[in-house]
Every structure is written in C-alpha cells, then in structure tokens.
Write a protein that binds this ligand. Structure first.
Ligand SMILES: Nc1ncnc2c1ncn2[C@@H]1O[C@H](COP(=O)(O)OP(=O)(O)OP(=O)(O)O)[C@@H](O)[C@H]1O
Length: 458
C-alpha cells in the first residue's frame, strides 16, 4: 500500500523497471530454449516451452547465444578483476545427488560438450569445464523417442571443421518436433495419407522390410494448389513415424547464406543422417531447384541444385534413413533432374464436399461460442473450389464479424443477458464471409491435375 502515496513519476519509473525486468527474464528463457535445442535436448526444450508458456513472441537473433554471452562476461570479468569468474562449484563426490536416468543422458551430452571444449571445439575464454546436471524425475524415455533426444549436437559438431560448425548449428534450428499434428487433424485426403504411410512412414519405421527393390524412395513430392494441407500432411507423416523432422524453406535458409549454399545442403544431409531416421522437408522446392537454367541462373543456385542432386544420389551409401519430402505449388517449374529424384509424386487436391463440411465444422466449433444450427453440407456446396486454408479464412471472417458485434457490449455496461444474446454466430455471418472470401487456388487445380496425369506417379 506504501506505493499509493508515491508521486506519479516515481511510480512510472518503478513500473518501467518492473516491465524491463519481466522482459529480461522472458528473453532469458528464450535464450535457454535456443541453447537446449542447439545442444540437441529437444524434449527438455519442448518442456520448457510448455512450463514457461513460451508463445514465440521473441526470436533469438542469429549471432547471439548463451555461450557467447558467457564468453563476453568472462572477458569482462577477467578485465575488471583479473581472474576468471566462477559459475558453479564442484560438489564433493558423496554430496552430489545421483543423477536420474534422464539427467544421466544429458550429463553425457554436457560432458561430451565439455570435452569438446577442452579439445578446442568450443571457444576459448571459458572457465574449467562446467558440469550441469538437470535433476528430473526418474522416468523411462519412451521407446519411440527420436534419436535427437539421445544424441547431443556437440558430438556431431566435433566431427566438423570449424568453419562448418556455425552452419550446422543454424541447420539444427530447423529441426522441428512435428508433434501436435496427427492424421486425424488432416481432414479428407485419405488416398494421400495411405500413400504417405507406404512411402514415408513404413520405410522409416520398419527399415529392415524396405531393402533391395523395396528400398525407400529417395524423394517424395507433394504437389497441389496452395493451402490444401501439404505441410500438415508432411508434419503428420513425420509425427507418425517418430523421426527427426527438418523443415527447410528457401527463404529461411538458403537466401541468407547464398555463398555457402552447397555446403549447407551437404551438412543438412549429414546432420539428418546423424539424427536418422530423418525427414528433410523442403517447402516450395521449385524455388530451390527450378528449371531456370543457362545464363540467367544464379551461380549459387546452380551449385546448390547440383549438391542437392548429389546428396539424393548418395542416399544408398549413407548410413541411416534420410528421406526427402518436398512440397510444391508449381511442380512444372521444378528442374527435370530434380524431378527424376522425386520419384513418388503425390497430388493433393482441393477438398471435396465432405471434407469441406468437416473443415467448416472443425474451424467453427474450435471457438467456444454459441453456434446456430448450421447445415455444414450446405456450406460445403457453396464453397466448391475453396482450399482448406480458404475455408479457414471464411470461418475466421465469420467469427470476426461476431466479435465486432460483441465488442461494444464488452467495453460498455451491457447486461449479462445482452452480452449472451450478442455472443452468437449467425448463419448470415458465415454466408457473408463466404461471399467476401474468394478462393485463391481454384484456377491452379486444373493445371495440377493435368500435370499429375503427365508426370505423376502415385
Ligand atoms: N485437409 C485439411 N485438413 C485440415 N486443415 C487443413 C486442410 N487443408 C488445409 N488446412 C488448413 O489450412 C492451413 C494451411 O495448410 P498447409 O500449410 O498445410 O497448406 P499447404 O498446402 O502446405 O499450403 P502452401 O502450399 O501454400 O504451403 C492449415 O494450417 C490448416 O489449418
């Protein structure tokens, strides 16, 4: 209560300080999260996301991590006090609590990292290797845990020349845990799902069955109009097969590192083999391996493309299972040499009427607001040619119309009953939203069908 009597300016200063303090704590959690991922502790990183409620409002900048901060602090401390700072004190053996099974695995990772540091893998300037044990519950790791949980990145880094380490760390950030998407989340597309089971999930899950003539496909292409669920399917396939999933897109990786394109591809496949079984998912593959050739083609693009082909050709000699899953909205632009390696080509069509009805139901019932009696089949009839993401937009627009009606009641002094009456979606909200939202993919569907007839293989 003492704060009430303080002058406004002082109160504001305190508030600003507190806000800064909160932001700093939050950023620290993001740094820890990035560090855990970088070291390959993906399960722990995922738990941190849940426990700390990290919603992705920050992104760690490319050139900073906890390690660099620690080094900088060490340099500062050395300059100021002429000695190395001490962060952790080693406990005498009997007092050290026995690490749990989980912590033991991570300890091995930390020790390996520390050993790497002694061997010059990590940057100099750090105090003696610090052992950090995470005390967790003594739980058994699930048998389907992907390899990434067991293998620290530092082990892989120690096999690389210094100049490649940064690229490997950057690529490791593209390992995503595709949990949260399952086959049942993807509505319709039954044929595509069963083809993906055969071509991706089973070969990754039961590699001993898929040898000789049945050796897994080198690459699988998902093509279809935008917003038809290709990325969702890829994620569901990866979750189903419990493998490591690398999500790579031209814009996120290659543009930024133009000069190093072929090295990136090489390390990407090596890293995927290290974390095998893995799926490398390349979004918009036509932008990485387009048909554009001759003088107009950028030298770096040409080198990248040929490295990609080399890696795909080397699949048989590589240890472990690495599968390329590519996604394209314009498969006719893919380089023919690349297309030859994408041996299985699966067409992902616009949703049929039943699927559209399911999508309407899923999206509209995802918000806990009162719905009128809706005839989903009728809504599906009105949205022929709409993609899944078009329907998502329609539903968003309809729900937004409802929020617009609600807002004056929320901000004003409306009675509970009045609010309740307004918090209802009406059929006309949905019909207006359908009218407002034009399907963007309809014109492309025909072209995909024709291409599939000529080039498809499913
Ligand atoms: N069959 C489907 N089932 C459930 N949701 C779907 C389906 N198709 C599309 N969606 C919705 O549309 C959104 C976009 O889907 P997704 O990103 O998988 O499409 P895409 O085909 O990969 O698009 P693009 O080619 O533009 O990358 C998803 O987040 C999902 O909400």
């Amino acid at each position: 209560m003492a704060g009430i009597n303080r002058p406004m300016s002082q109160m504001r200063k305190i508030e600003t300080k507190e806000a800064l303090f909160r932001v700093r704590k939050r950023i620290l959690k993001y740094l820890v999260h990035a560090f855990l991922r970088q070291e390959g502790f993906l399960t722990t990183a995922d738990s941190l996301v849940t426990e700390a409620g990290l919603t992705g409002e920050y992104e760690v900048c490319d050139n900073i991590d906890l390690d660099i901060i620690l080094q900088d602090y060490c340099s500062y401390y050395l300059m100021r006090f002429n000695k190395q700072p001490q962060f952790c004190r080693q406990l005498p053996a009997p007092r050290r609590p026995p690490p749990s099974r989980r912590a033991r695995t991570e300890l091995v990772g930390a020790e390996e990292g520390a050993r790497g540091a002694e061997e010059g893998v990590e940057a100099p300037g750090l105090p003696q290797a610090v052992l950090v044990t995470r005390l967790g519950q003594d739980e058994e790791a699930p048998s389907t845990t992907p390899a990434t949980d067991r293998k620290p990145l530092s082990q892989f880094l120690s096999t690389l020349p210094r100049e490649s380490k940064e690229l490997a760390v950057m690529l490791s950030r593209h390992i995503v845990r595709p949990s949260g998407v399952s086959w049942s989340d993807v509505k319709g597309l039954d044929e595509a799902k069963s083809l993906l089971m055969e071509t991706v999930v089973y070969p990754v899950k039961y590699p001993s069955l898929f040898t000789g003539l049945l050796a897994p496909w080198r690459g699988v292409l998902l093509h279809g109009p935008p917003g038809t669920g290709k990325t969702m399917l890829a994620r569901a396939a990866a979750a189903e097969s419990c493998c490591t999933f690398f999500n790579v897109s031209c814009s996120s990786v290659v543009n930024k590192w133009r000069g190093e394109s072929e090295k990136i591809i090489q390390i990407l496949f090596e890293l995927a083999a290290y974390y095998s079984p893995s799926i490398i998912f390349i979004d918009e593959v036509e932008t990485l391996a387009s048909e554009r050739s001759g003088a107009g083609e950028h030298e770096a693009s040409r080198r990248l493309k040929s490295q990609l082909l080399t890696e795909l050709d080397g699949a048989a000699d590589r240890q472990g299972t690495v599968l390329l899953l590519a996604n394209s909205n314009m498969p006719w632009e893919i380089d023919p040499a690349m297309l030859r390696r994408l041996e299985k080509r699966i067409y992902i069509p616009l949703p049929d009427a039943n699927t559209r009805a399911q999508l309407f139901e899923t999206f509209l019932t995802s918000k806990s607001i009162e719905l009128p009696k809706l005839n989903y089949q009728d809504l599906a009839r009105r949205t022929e040619g709409y993609s899944g993401s078009d329907i998502k937009l329609v539903c968003k627009e309809a729900l937004m119309a409802n929020v617009r009606k609600m807002l004056p009641c929320v901000t004003g002094k409306a009675s509970q009953q009045h609010r309740k009456d307004k918090d209802k979606l009406s059929l006309s909200d949905v019909l207006t939203a359908i009218d407002k939202t034009k399907p963007v993919s309809r014109n492309l569907a025909q072209r995909h069908q024709e291409w599939q007839k000529q080039m498809g293989c499913s």
